[in-house]
Design a protein around this ligand. Structure first.
Ligand code: OOG
Ligand code: NI
Length: 414
């Protein structure tokens, strides 16, 4: 029987919306500061729309207020391939390649983002998940002995029930599933990203944490988890003030482009550390002891127009200045019309009143977000980087195309 989009059948974007809402409900329940963030974001957005005539040019109040991205981290290409299978059921495909090892200081991961790619899918629900893979092959971070023990540990664990993955592949192939089956499928997918309460092997976790807090978070435990879920706001400076007024200690700065009078470009983000959460450790003598870990945090973002390659080069140059805000106008014009005319940003059909929203991430910001939520940076070893991580390697390792974000923006602009 060919599935039709009726009330007995849910299509991909409807499942994606349920998945995002399910994760949000779980996260709000477990991380109270996230619930505060969502509440304040909603207020900031409503106030902003009430005061600014063109406030919805980057998306309707409804889309922006419902919008989220999440982040997860995995330990091997096989795990990343499983994530790709699961997310494909929700119409989320890998887009972009981010090498956070190139950040200063480096983070030992390479990443992609799973998201819808077609304009109508994005309009229905743009949920995306930034997904990082631990760079065990890079000798700058892992010596041969630790690498093999980490890879062995990861190979022995199972992040997802094989039945869930099989179901996801079927849902992806059929473009949706029967309404009466959706609840159980989405609930199982959401549950796979809950913070596990299983005891954690303390000596293994501590050994990894001494090398890299990211390695411990990824490979020190038997499961993966959503480590943040990010609402979108129309005015991130105002959000920052209001959260600070509520007593939530935000990181020092907003990452990404400075606030300017001209059109918002790319992505601005800020975050706060979540509180320590209770966990259980298994000690060397087999005893179980109560402990705590700070592994989940809060983040919020504002999105602007997507930049072309030429615009992105300008952006990177401006951000290289000691005070990007001070020199911004030397790099970017102050109107959409000029951004469009100069070929710096994407607009639908070239119409400067129709900006195309940036749907992706920024490596420097991502590294900053990682860092701000870790106790210590990763120590780089004195070794030659010969691991050959790159976008094509990642695509091959997970057996899927990794979409080029520029190609997607080009397509949307035509
Ligand atoms: C991902 C950090 C990157 C963003 O919004 O740039 C990120 C992580 O901490 O796992 O989510
Ligand atoms: Ni994030």
């Amino acid at each position: 029987m060919t599935p039709a989009n009726g009330k007995n059948w849910l299509v991909t974007w409807q499942l994606r919306a349920q998945f995002a809402a399910g994760l949000s409900a779980m996260y709000a329940h477990e991380v109270p500061a996230y619930a505060t963030l969502v509440e304040v974001s909603g207020q900031v957005n409503a106030d902003h729309v009430a005061r600014h005539r063109d406030a919805e040019r980057f998306g309707s109040l409804q889309r922006v207020t419902a919008e989220r991205h999440g982040a997860i981290r995995v330990g091997s290409p096989a795990e990343l391939a499983a994530v790709a299978d699961l997310f494909s059921a929700f119409g989320m495909l890998p887009v972009g390649y981010y090498d956070l090892r190139a950040a200063a200081p480096p983070v030992p991961v390479v990443s992609t983002a799973f998201r819808p790619t077609a304009a109508d899918e994005l309009a229905h629900n743009p949920f995306r998940v930034f997904t990082s893979l631990l760079a065990t092959r890079d000798p700058v971070f892992f010596d041969a002995d630790l690498r093999s023990r980490v890879e062995g540990f990861v190979a022995r664990r199972q992040l997802f029930d094989p039945a869930l993955l099989a179901r996801a592949r079927t849902v992806a192939a059929e473009g949706g599933c029967a309404a009466h089956e959706a609840r159980a499928f989405v609930a199982a997918a959401v549950a796979a990203f809950a913070l596990s309460r299983e005891p954690i092997d303390k000596s293994w976790y501590d050994e990894l944490a001494r090398v890299s807090a990211v390695a411990a978070d990824i490979a020190g435990v038997g499961s993966t988890h959503i480590n943040h879920l990010t609402p979108r706001v129309l005015d991130i400076d105002e959000l920052y003030r209001r959260m600070t007024d509520r007593g939530v200690a935000m990181i020092d700065a907003i990452q990404g482009p400075p606030r300017t009078d001209g059109p918002a470009v790319l992505l601005r983000q800020t975050s706060f550390r979540a509180l320590a959460e209770p966990c259980r450790f298994r000690l060397a003598n087999g005893d179980i002891a109560d402990g705590s870990l700070r592994v989940r945090f809060g983040e919020v973002e504002a999105r602007g127009v997507a930049l072309t390659r030429k615009g992105r080069e300008r952006y990177d140059a401006a951000m290289g200045a000691p005070d990007p805000a001070a020199v911004w106008s030397e790099y970017f014009p102050s109107t959409d019309a000029q951004l469009a005319a100069d070929g710096l940003a994407y607009y639908r059909g070239g119409d400067p009143s129709a900006p195309i929203v940036y749907e992706d991430f920024l490596p420097a910001s991502a590294a900053g977000i990682f860092r701000s939520n870790l106790d210590r940076d990763t120590a780089a070893r004195d070794a030659t980087e010969d691991s050959c991580y790159h976008a094509e390697w990642l695509a091959g390792a997970i057996g899927r195309d990794i979409h080029d974000p520029y190609a997607l923006y080009e397509e949307a602009s035509r």
